[in-house]
Write a protein that binds this ligand. Structure first.
Ligand code: HEM
Length: 417
């Protein structure tokens, strides 16, 4: 029987503070072991939701966009008004066939083959970051390594000038701060839009939109060999991206291409220190780079969950779900499902793939557009760390981002030995 309690195993999954020490593995194990799905009761303002915690169920929900919609309701667990949904929508909040059109406009730049062409640029970014880390003898891993690499790479691809990278890092941080217990003031970045109409309820979304508009204007006059220029010129079935579609996609790139990979790189520092013998294995056998990369991605599960909304009455793993109910896919639970991953809490640099982890989603229409890019960034970083024989020590307790949506790290203080 499904449980109907506001707390699950004593944990309130709606509270970012419950994730202050990372993934609540014990609570997720309890949920995975229950028959069917578990239910989290709603409040006066917010309806409750179903928890999907097993790997097979996350895959089933991800691949059935007709039953489990990204466009109805919201893709985070809290509801937003209908007009806010329209104002915020980027491709991640759409269902096929509308989603398909937008995805076709942008997907060519992210195929595994195309992404290989970014390899040299990524290696330059990685080595710049590691030069700084070594020169300082350590320090804040997030600032020295985890932040500059993904933002540098995504900005290179988009054609954002180097001088604006710090501004975009800050905007991206503040976007996620909208999901935390201490959001920014509503008028930050000159915002005058009601917060409920902005992604993550964050005024930083206004800042990113403004930046995207200025950059588009600049690239219309001075086209370059970059993704922004390509997006402005791209046509599918004779149609171009509208201005708001463009800025929504730009914002999605800045968040999705940046924050997620940064989190995984943050966790990589912890993995290097916690499981040194696993990285010794990779040093001895570089053929393990790709499985080690996948293990860093699984272990960090940088996005904790995405939500869908049922478009019809349906049954999942024996639990009846009514039309309109929220279904929350906890990737961070499914990635530790012992039915799929042997000894899931063990970091295994040679863990076989398949079965794939679901950190990039369980497959289907919305599977992470940037998966190949993120994998390449992390793989090159591991290669270069091992080549340089960098040994880290963690010198203070890591501080997590205050969020139940991303498994981010605010601070990882390291010393280079
Ligand atoms: C470790 C790094 C990353 C993780 C864990 C991650 C995770 C995810 C997840 C869970 C989804 C949703 C999948 C679904 O709903 O089925 C997603 C979608 C997406 N990701 Fe990533 N991502 C990462 C890196 C990136 C990068 C580097 C980019 C951009 C260059 C990117 C761009 C996107 C986009 C555009 C979508 C929406 C795709 C769609 O709706 O069709 N991601 N990602």
């Amino acid at each position: 029987m499904p449980s109907h309690t506001p707390l699950v195993d004593g944990i309130d999954l709606t509270d970012p503070a419950e994730f202050a020490n990372g993934i609540p593995h014990a609570a997720f194990a309890t949920l995975r072991e229950q028959d069917g799905l578990s239910w989290v009761d709603g409040t006066d303002e917010q309806a409750g939701f179903w928890n999907v915690t097993r790997h097979a169920d996350v895959v089933a929900v991800s691949r059935d966009t007709e039953t489990y919609s990204s466009a109805v309701g919201h893709i985070q667990m809290y509801d937003i008004d209908e007009d806010a949904l329209d104002a915020r929508a980027s491709m991640i909040d759409m269902d096929p066939p509308i989603h398909t059109r937008l995805r076709r406009l942008v997907s060519a730049a992210f195929t595994p083959r195309h992404v290989q062409s970014y390899q040299d640029a990524i290696r330059v970014r990685v080595n710049e970051a590691l030069d700084n880390l070594e020169a300082e003898g350590g320090g804040e891993w997030m600032d020295l390594v985890a932040k500059p690499i993904p933002i540098g790479v995504i900005c290179d691809i988009l054609g954002v000038p180097e001088s604006d990278h710090d501004h975009l890092i800050e905007l991206s941080d503040h976007l996620v701060a909208g999901t935390s217990s201490e959001p920014l003031p509503a008028d930050a970045y000159g915002n005058t839009t009601e917060l409920r109409l902005l992604p993550f309820n964050s005024p930083a979304a206004h800042g990113v939109n403004e930046y995207a508009r200025d950059l588009a204007e600049y690239r219309r006059d001075s086209p370059g060999d970059d993704l922004v220029t390509k997006l402005l010129e791209a046509e599918v079935d004779g149609e171009k991206l509208t201005e708001s579609e463009f800025s929504n996609f730009f914002r999605l790139m800045i968040f999705a291409g940046n924050e997620t990979t940064r989190s995984s790189i943050g966790h990589l520092a912890l993995n290097l220190v916690d499981f040194p013998q696993e990285f010794d294995r990779v040093r001895a056998d570089p053929g393990l780079i790709s499985t080690a990369t996948e293990e860093v991605i699984r272990y960090s599960s940088a996005i904790l969950y995405f939500r869908r909304t049922a478009t019809r009455d349906c049954v999942l793993n024996g639990t009846a779900i009514a039309k309109g109910e929220k279904v929350v896919m906890w990737y961070a639970a499914a990635n530790f499902d012992p039915e799929v991953f042997n000894e899931p809490l063990r970091f295994d640099a040679g863990r076989p793939t398949p079965p794939p982890n679901v950190a990039f989603g369980g497959g289907g229409a919305h599977f992470c557009l940037g998966a190949s890019l993120a994998r390449l960034e992390i793989a090159i970083l591991i290669e270069e760390l091992l080549r340089r024989e960098i040994q880290l020590e963690i010198v203070a307790d890591p501080i997590y981002v205050d969020s139940n949506f991303v498994n981010g790290l605010e601070s990882v203080q390291v010393r280079v030995r």
